[in-house]
Ligand binder design. Structure first.
Ligand code: URA
Length: 242
């Protein structure tokens, strides 16, 4: 693969811009400056490494990442009142040429602006579709702080199923427990709009804070600070396979 193609594929700008970065000496391969845009490199070799303006960047044919979403951010490219979660990512991840119409990585489903926790992003449309498909039943675990103390009746109703205003079919929690008076741990396998907030409201309580801690077998790592992102490795992806 040509070096300028590598940079282009990883989101460093147009082909012309990538060639310019290389010619001007901003790019190094295996620690050595390389000024030839046409230089052939084996991007798939595990030992391959390149840097742009001194910053090391791994080659990834497809991008899979997790973000510890902070509160006050919208999962939209065109946010309304709040900044977009995409502003928390470095420009190459937002500019990667995607096979679809929208460039860059896309969030796998959405979290509300005031919800925190595990958000997956990718430029692999098949992966996004698979993770979002209700038929796959990928469990998602939410930690909920409720306004009022929880009681057994509320937990039983969440397990049995509640009817929301947009669908006569009841939605139920795959699992539901209350480790503390106002702390609910809810596992859902669907992803309806505001589902947690609406389910909790339907049993007569209210969500004060909402945090997603797990998707499939993948937990939000304790050392991933709010607002930080990380690549997903093969072992992480295996934990997401339903
Ligand atoms: N359910 C909600 O109500 N909000 C979220 O952000 C996610 C699930």
């Amino acid at each position: 693969m040509r070096l300028d193609d590598v940079l282009f594929s990883q989101g460093f700008g147009t082909r012309r811009l990538c060639a310019g970065l290389i010619e001007q000496g901003y790019v190094a391969v295996a620690g050595q400056p390389c000024t030839d845009p046409a230089a052939e490199v084996d991007a798939l070799d595990a030992a391959f490494a390149f840097s742009v303006q001194g910053e090391r960047w791994p080659y990834r044919a497809r991008a899979y990442l997790m973000l510890h979403k902070p509160t006050g951010h919208e999962c939209s490219h065109r946010p309304g009142a709040w900044p977009s979660v995409y502003t928390l990512l470095p420009p190459p991840l937002r500019q990667r040429p995607a096979p679809g119409k929208v460039a860059g990585v896309q969030a796998v489903g959405r979290l509300d602006q005031d919800t925190t926790g595990l958000l997956l992003l990718s430029d692999d449309g098949t992966f996004i579709h698979r993770m979002n498909s209700p038929r796959r039943h990928v469990p998602k675990v939410y930690e909920v702080t409720t306004r009022h103390p929880l009681d057994d009746r509320q937990l039983a109703r969440l397990r049995e199923g509640v009817v929301l205003d947009d669908d006569p079919k009841p939605v139920r929690a795959a699992a539901c427990e209350a480790p503390a008076e106002r702390h609910l741990v809810l596992t859902l396998t669907e992803g309806k709009y505001h589902q947690v907030k609406r389910m909790v409201a339907a049993v007569g309580n209210r969500v004060e804070a909402l945090h997603r801690s797990r998707i499939g077998g993948l937990y939000l790592p304790a050392d991933l600070a709010s607002g930080q992102w990380r690549w997903l490795e093969a072992a992480d992806l295996a934990l997401l396979a339903p």
